[in-house]
Design a protein around this ligand. Structure first.
Ligand SMILES: Nc1ncnc2c1ncn2[C@@H]1O[C@H](COP(=O)(O)OP(=O)(O)OP(=O)(O)O)[C@@H](O)[C@H]1O
Length: 330
């Protein structure tokens, strides 16, 4: 018997690890664009899932943004049915009219469609094909915009997607491996022209910056950036736990926060407490920046009778009688 090609084996091992321990019930749902990463993920999942006693389903999202996108999504779904997915469907989404740039709008529409598909199919998890290279790009982009540890932790291997876990089994697999696996398996991945379009910052990082870093610093750079993300993710989880406990302890019966309790916290924890509280109050997550958290922090640590701090989404926070309290102006 011929030996299994190393990239195919590595991807199957990664998928097996991700699927182990999921609750029993519905299928695992692979989000497949037809690109090398998600195609390699889909091929591995349809092999591994039945061996773990699970059904696998596939969904391909048609963003309707490029000529032929409907046919391509249909071809991915047809392939999915041929190779043994229990179900393989296309979901068409409407990207126009959403806030943010075209990339952000497409992403929001896609994740919404994946959430709905997962609910309809009673899926126990949604799987995407983000790789170690995507993670390295994410870390570099975060570094360049001055992100804190949360941004530098990159994409988590697991997060909640509207009540269903979103898993990224390939975060420790290189893009070269997904391409090689597709070649070994005789699959022809689709090349998304957006991925090499220099008008997108991520494409420039992928096409220019990362190759330059590899030339200057050696081939370990991609792996090292992904390791930075993993290390920071662990630190973040610990800080988040501390902040959760501290937020509960600082709460006043009327929903405000006690200033003396906040003053007793180390800045890294206090910043997280204020950030979480601002989210609870309804501040828009995408627009809530370090400047807003710094304004809340100033109400605690640099109090000189200043006016309220305004948060995105129309929430206003002021300090009174040793408490932070909020109002939402009419
Ligand atoms: N059209 C699509 N249909 C189904 N799944 C998709 C589609 N496009 C992307 N995905 C899923 O998302 C993964 C990442 O794709 P891509 O890098 O293009 O998205 P992204 O915008 O960077 O995503 P993210 O917001 O999570 O960073 C793919 O591996 C695949 O699992």
């Amino acid at each position: 018997m011929a030996a299994l090609a190393p990239p195919v084996a590595a991807i199957r091992v990664a998928v097996r690890r991700a699927l182990t321990g999921l609750p029993s019930g519905g299928p695992v749902l692979v989000a497949c664009s037809g690109g090398a990463d998600s195609l390699a993920l889909a091929a591995a999942t349809v092999f591994v899932a039945p061996r773990l006693g699970r059904a696998a389903a596939l969904v391909s999202v048609d963003h309707g943004l490029q000529d032929g996108s409907a046919e391509r999504a249909e071809a991915v779904a047809t392939w999915g049915r041929e190779v043994g997915f229990a179900s393989a469907t296309v979901v068409r989404v409407e990207v126009a009219g959403r806030p943010g740039g075209p990339e952000a709008a497409a992403r929001e529409a896609r994740y919404q469609a994946l959430t709905e598909a997962a609910r309809q199919q009673n899926a126990v998890a949604v799987l995407t094909g983000h790789t170690r290279d995507d993670q390295a790009e994410t870390v570099l982009l975060a570094l360049a915009r001055g992100a804190g540890p949360r941004g530098l932790a990159g994409m988590p291997a697991r997060r909640d997607l509207g009540g269903v876990p979103l898993l990224r089994p390939l975060l420790e697999i290189g893009r070269e491996q997904t391409r090689a696996a597709c070649a070994v398996l005789g699959l022809s991945p689709w090349q998304d022209p957006h991925n090499s379009d220099p008008s997108y910052a991520r494409s420039r990082v992928r096409g220019d910056l990362l190759p330059a870093l590899v030339r200057a610093l050696g081939p370990g750079v991609v792996d090292n950036l992904a390791r930075t993300a993993r290390l920071l993710a662990a630190d973040n989880a610990a800080l988040d736990e501390l902040a959760g406990t501290a937020l509960a302890a600082a709460r006043c019966p009327d929903g405000g926060l006690s200033v003396p309790a906040l003053l007793g916290l180390v800045p890294a924890v206090r910043g997280r407490v204020l950030h979480s509280w601002a989210r609870e109050l309804g501040a828009l997550p995408g627009a809530l920046s370090h400047r807003h958290v710094a304004a809340l922090d100033a109400l605690v640590t640099d109090w000189h009778g200043q006016g309220p701090a305004d948060l995105p989404g129309g929430v206003r926070v002021f300090r009174r009688d040793g408490r932070l309290a909020s109002v939402r102006p009419a």
